[in-house]
Design a protein. Structure first.
Lengths: 624, 364
């Protein structure tokens, strides 16, 4: 992609971005200091589209602030009060439950830190919300609060988090990070935890399988260097744990804090640059959120073309930002969010707490398998009238069931389940013999897996069935399956783990947890059946107009032709992200067959029969 | 047709046809169009200056017989809240503004048939005489047509009388969308597109300068927008009488049109309009980002999408305020906003002559 830069300093940076190289602090500064705002936006949008396609995610959530009584007195906060203050409030668990509506998917719980609440009260909030609203994921307590619990209740950070997780905690907000600079901390938030504790809490959470968010409060006393150091620290931590879901830059709201004049908000240009620079610097954090409550709605919507792929939906109440003078309306209706995202030229995707898509509000959406093995389909894909949603195979199937995907590379099992609604095209993802990306990591040999607990990646619809077939039909054993969550997991709870796609490739090369045995399911199948294995097939909705089906066929054909056999080249960038060399990528991709031939069809028939024997071809993914 | 070829044409200084414009409007990516517009902006005005004018926008009457369904400001004769100020009252008002540093007075009101033509001439003449240093930037086309009806004079005669009284510029409001299909629906009594264009043509012929505006975000289609821009581009070819183009979005609050159009147009659409007009209106020197109608932050961003002017400081803004859209600011804030957006603020006159450049950033 060519960009006509007005600022020549951006050229070398763009070259690095296109080849997936990591940017340095100095390069981050050059990005911040450029006058060429539009080119900065284009670069960030390029990375955003590589990661999220045309999708912009939103979650329907509600925020609960259980109390505003706080033992800390932070300068930038005009939410907290002392006990006895006329404005002080404390909510009982019943009051909290009464405020929640059943439609939401996320409950965001943070608040002040009163001196006299017992530990059980915090656990009870999480447990009760989780039990009463099982479809709403609980996102609760910032690192500051976790550290407060740790000190006050004399529990280790790990124990605090374990107990919260057991009570139903799913994820944690990223607040309390402010800016990772001791200088700024001493000036503004000297009562809050520093970077060291913040990271300790988050990394511990990741280890326990609790993904978290990250934030940066900007626009107060910090320098641009300090912002970039902040991002680089997050990037390093993410290299270690992979547990951060999203980064949320928070524009400082002066309000009555006395730090800045009341009306001196960050400029729109600074806001957009911060979004774009963070998208470009944080090459390992999946999502960047435009937090409209602080950015204002106007900037948030524009930010969706400057690197942000996530927005907050229907926040019930926003006391902290609002008390300090945020000018956004208190509530954005769901259709308003959908309109903002649509007008930004993106597709609105309602998500859960792990960023799994739940609903897609757009037409002509193509489901894109976001794995290296599918790159030949997409590397030269001209979207034309289609929009692209990267989505894991099983989730694509669930969206198709709701009629929300026009076409895509469907997991084979999903294709079978919805055969009546779909037209099969001529392309697929099939292995020749082995695959290296559908892997069982195990502490036990096949026959010893009888009765054992196997963790199954959330992504799979077909590989899980293949595993079932292999266990029951080839080895005559039967194990218990349990779904893992998307992202970080605590694997120590399982006897074996099934991973697919890039996650499996990465783990195959670098190892997974303490598992010693690794099985390639496609190889197991081939050794047994002497047939390739078809994991996914291209299909379109039957109702898609014929002209669009033809167009899609042309696009796929063109893309495959253009990709040719230059696998190393086209897969290099995607491979680098998971730590594969160019030649490893080449070998890997050469192991696939992308056309649906007679042998592939034979394999499909054979597998269908076996799959029918081990479990019903049920309308829904078998409960695991 | 493809976008890349069309953008190359623009880079080469070529003029887009209406069909080409429509293709861009319907198919562009915002940042691509914005980048082209930004280049055209810097080609037209190479300096990093962003101009602004210290102005005020008082109203002399809110009594109006035109009944536009997008307006929350007007009252009928005899209705509660209706007012008409005397020339004396207005001159006092102007003097206060002048003392505050105002150089442009954008005076508009309703179309009130009870006001005699002499009132308007006297207002201009006394402003020129009694409030030196201030440019009378008075009356929309509807009011000028109203004057013609009240006085029995033709529009060119009315304009000539105003010119003789000392007026040199007129505001470009009231254009809304110059596509009669839409105009009939939203402002059926306000006259056709031709009325607006004819008044402007008559004015430019005499030597008046004016701005051209566009109000979008209601019932118009992309085709209507092209029709609008094409009309003013053609007229501009005749006399080069337009100083700047000013698009703004319809504000639904408290207007009858609110029932049909419940939502504000998005900032994305605004940036499209700014960028597209910069690319399409190849004979306009200035594109104005109207921060007072779109919000300060969107205004700042628009400066990177082709706009080179930040409009006025607007000490009074009653029309938008009546639609619950209050956005007050002052000179210091305008300086700060322009500076924070990465540009050098330059104060200008109504005619876009630069009075003062604030090289050393804003008075923070």
């Amino acid at each position: 992609m060519t960009i006509k830069f007005r600022d020549p300093f951006l050229h070398p940076i763009w070259t690095k971005i296109q080849s997936g190289e990591r940017l340095s602090l100095e390069e981050g500064l050059a990005l911040y200091k450029t006058d060429d705002l539009i080119s900065l936006g284009k670069m960030a949008n390029f990375v955003q589209c590589q990661r999220s396609g045309d999708a912009v995610y939103f979650v329907l959530n509600q925020k609960i602030e259980h109390t505003n009584i706080c033992v800390l007195s932070c300068k930038f906060c005009d939410f907290a009060v002392k006990k006895g203050d006329p404005a002080a409030y404390e909510m009982t668990t019943e009051e909290i439950l009464s405020k929640l509506t059943p439609e939401i998917h996320e409950v965001h719980i943070t608040g002040g830190m009163p001196a006299d609440w017992p530990w059980e009260r915090y656990l009870d909030i999480v447990r009760s919300v989780h039990q009463q609203f099982p479809h709403a994921d609980v996102k609760a307590y910032t690192a500051v609060e976790i550290d407060f619990f740790h000190k006050k209740f004399k529990l280790s950070i790990e124990d605090v988090l374990r107990q919260l997780k057991a009570a139903g905690l799913r994820t944690m907000p990223g607040g309390g990070a402010e800016v990772f600079s001791e200088r700024a901390r001493k000036l503004l938030f000297n009562q809050k935890i520093g970077a060291k504790t913040w990271f300790e809490v988050h990394k511990t959470a990741h280890k326990l399988g609790i993904p978290t968010n990250s934030t940066m409060l900007y626009g107060h006393v910090e320098t641009l260097e300090e912002r970039l150091i902040h991002m680089i620290k997050l990037r390093e931590a993410q290299d270690e744990t992979g547990g951060f879901l999203t980064f949320i830059p928070l524009a400082f709201q002066p309000g009555d804090t006395g730090i800045k004049p009341r009306d001196q908000f960050t400029s729109a240009i600074d806001d957009l640059k911060t979004i774009a620079v963070s998208r470009l610097m944080l090459d390992n954090i999946p999502h960047i959120k435009a937090y409209w409550v602080m950015l204002t709605e106007e900037v948030a919507s524009i930010a969706l073309n400057f690197g942000a792929d996530d927005m907050d939906g229907t926040v019930g109440q926003e006391r902290i930002a609002h008390d300090a003078g945020a000018t956004s309306p208190m509530k954005l209706a769901k259709d308003q969010i959908i309109k903002i995202i649509t007008d930004a030229g993106k597709i609105p995707v309602e998500r859960d707490v792990y960023y799994n898509p739940l609903n897609v509000y757009a037409e002509n959406v193509i489901g894109k398998i976001p794995y290296l093995n599918s790159v030949p389909f997409y590397h030269h894909f001209e979207q034309r009238q289609f929009k692209m949603l990267p989505v894991a195979p099983r989730r694509m199937g669930l969206l198709e069931e709701k009629g929300q995907i026009a076409a895509g590379l469907f997991s084979l099992m999903d294709y079978y389940r919805q055969e009546e609604q779909l037209d099969l095209l001529r392309w697929c993802i099939a292995t020749r013999d082995q695959v290296k990306s559908v892997m069982l990591f195990s502490n036990h040999g096949w026959r010893d897996l009888d009765g054992k607990l196997i963790g199954i990646t959330d992504d799979t619809a077909t590989s899980v069935k293949l595993l079932e077939v292999l266990l029951e039909e080839k080895y005559n054993v039967s194990a218990t399956f349990r779904r893992l969550t998307t992202g970080v997991n605590d694997y120590s709870a399982y006897d074996a783990v099934l991973l697919i796609g890039d996650e499996a490739l990465h783990a195959n090369k670098f190892g997974l947890d303490t598992f010693e045995l690794v099985y390639d399911l496609a190889k197991e199948w081939y050794d047994w059946q002497k047939l390739p294995f078809v994991f996914a097939v291209w299909a379109t909705k039957k109702s898609l107009p014929a002209s669009m089906k033809d167009e899609l066929g042309e696009i796929i054909e063109h893309s495959l032709n253009e990709s040719g056999n230059r696998f190393g080249e086209i897969g290099e960038l995607a491979g680098r992200r998971i730590g594969l060399t160019k030649s490893e990528v080449e070998d890997y991709l050469a192991g696939f067959n992308y056309s649906l031939g007679e042998r592939e069809r034979e394999s499909m028939r054979e597998f269908r029969q076996l799959a029918g024997r081990v479990g019903k071809m049920a309308k829904h993914t078998p409960p695991l | 047709m493809n976008l890349e070829t069309l953008y190359q044409k623009v880079y080469a200084g070529g003029r887009l046809s209406p069909e080409e414009g429509l293709f861009i409007l319907k198919n562009h990516q915002l940042l691509d169009l914005g980048g082209v517009a930004n280049d055209v902006r810097h080609r037209t005005n190479p300096r990093r200056h962003v101009t602004f004018v210290v102005d005020t926008n008082p109203n002399y009457t809110n009594i109006c017989n035109v009944d536009c369904i997008f307006c929350a400001f007007y009252r009928h004769e005899g209705e509660e809240g209706g007012y008409t100020y005397s020339v004396d009252q207005m001159i006092e008002n102007f003097k206060r503004s002048a003392a505050n540093g105002v150089t442009t007075i954008l005076l508009q009101g309703g179309v009130n048939p009870k006001i005699p033509f002499e009132y308007y001439c006297e207002m201009v003449e006394r402003t020129v005489r009694e409030v030196p240093g201030v440019t009378p930037h008075f009356w929309s086309t509807s009011e000028i047509i109203g004057m013609s009806q009240v006085s029995g004079l033709t529009v060119p005669r009315v304009l000539q009388r105003l010119w003789d009284a000392g007026q040199r510029t007129i505001p470009g409001g009231g254009a809304e969308i110059l596509a009669d299909r839409v105009k009939r629906k939203i402002s059926h009594l306000k006259g056709s597109s031709a009325d607006w264009l004819n008044v402007m043509r008559d004015a430019h012929k005499i030597g008046f300068k004016s701005t051209a505006t566009m109000m979008y975000g209601h019932l118009e289609t992309d085709e209507d927008i092209i029709e609008h821009l094409e009309s003013i581009r053609k007229l501009q070819d005749e006399y080069h009488g337009f100083t700047a183009f000013v698009p703004w979005s319809f504000k639904p609050g408290n207007t009858p049109l609110e029932k049909i159009i419940p939502r504000y147009a998005t900032p994305m659409r605004y940036l499209q309009m700014i960028a597209f007009s910069r690319v399409y209106l190849d004979n306009f020197d200035h594109i104005q980002a109207s921060w007072f109608s779109e919000g300060k932050k969107t205004g700042q961003i628009a400066l990177h999408f082709g706009a080179d002017d930040f409009g006025g400081t607007l000490f009074e803004e009653n029309v938008h305020a009546a639609a619950n859209f209050v956005n007050k600011t002052n000179i210091d804030e305008v300086l700060q906003l322009i500076h924070d957006a990465g540009f050098i603020p330059a104060q200008r006159t109504t005619l876009y002559d630069v009075l003062r450049v604030y090289e050393k950033a804003a008075a923070a």
